[in-house]
Ligand binder design. Structure first.
Ligand code: S3P
Length: 183
């Protein structure tokens, strides 16, 4: 792990439905950190939901907003940041997160993902009757980006509570072994 960085936050990346928000909230509470979610920040800024942004402004506009928000997050401290599933497809976003955060990727199989996302149509990219093929192809395309995380954690056979524990262990190891950034 390249550690000539000042790690003062923890960023969770990974595909839709892997449990980033649930794990993020648990980890933030246990570390006594703040919690931020890039999708929530975008919705608050636009005053509309993600499906509305996709429908009215398009995916390209959504990706611009993700980029803006990611750069703004470079100033936060002691925060767990949960990111939208496609955020790190832009290498500049990954680079930005790595300036200040330990980047942990939660990884799951297409089957687990489909079970978890269920029938909720809050995710425009999976808004189809049988999303399994879309999940498989998107996951494959995004794999090289997810693999650039500092820590890659398979969540298929772990409860989200156990996943949270492992994330905390990884974060504490880094925080203990490397000077935490005060700036
Ligand atoms: C997206 C994932 C979603 C949200 C948007 C696009 C993606 O976030 O950002 O619907 O491209 O994978 P979650 O991963 O929190 O569902």
């Amino acid at each position: 792990m390249q550690m000539n960085r000042k790690i003062r936050n923890l960023a969770l990346i990974g595909f839709m439905g892997v449990g980033k928000s649930t794990v993020g909230r648990i980890v933030a509470e246990r570390l006594g950190f703040g919690y931020m979610d890039t999708d929530e920040l975008i919705e608050a800024r636009c005053g509309k939901t993600i499906p509305c942004i996709f429908a009215e402004d398009g995916e390209e506009r959504f990706r611009e907003l993700e980029y803006e928000i990611t750069l703004e997050l470079e100033t936060v401290s002691d925060t767990v940041i949960s990111t939208g599933g496609g955020l790190v497809v832009n290498p500049e976003n990954m680079e930005s997160l790595k300036k200040h955060a330990l980047v942990v990727c939660l990884w799951a199989s297409p089957r687990t993902i489909c079970k978890r996302v269920g029938k909720k149509n809050t995710r425009p990219l999976l808004d189809e009757a049988e999303p399994i093929n879309k999940v498989k192809s998107l996951l494959e395309a995004r794999k090289p980006h997810y693999k650039k995380a500092d820590v890659l954690l398979n969540v298929d056979r772990r409860s989200l509570s156990r996943v949270s524990q492992v994330v905390i262990q990884n974060f504490k190891m880094v925080a203990d072994n490397h000077e935490r950034g005060d700036s």
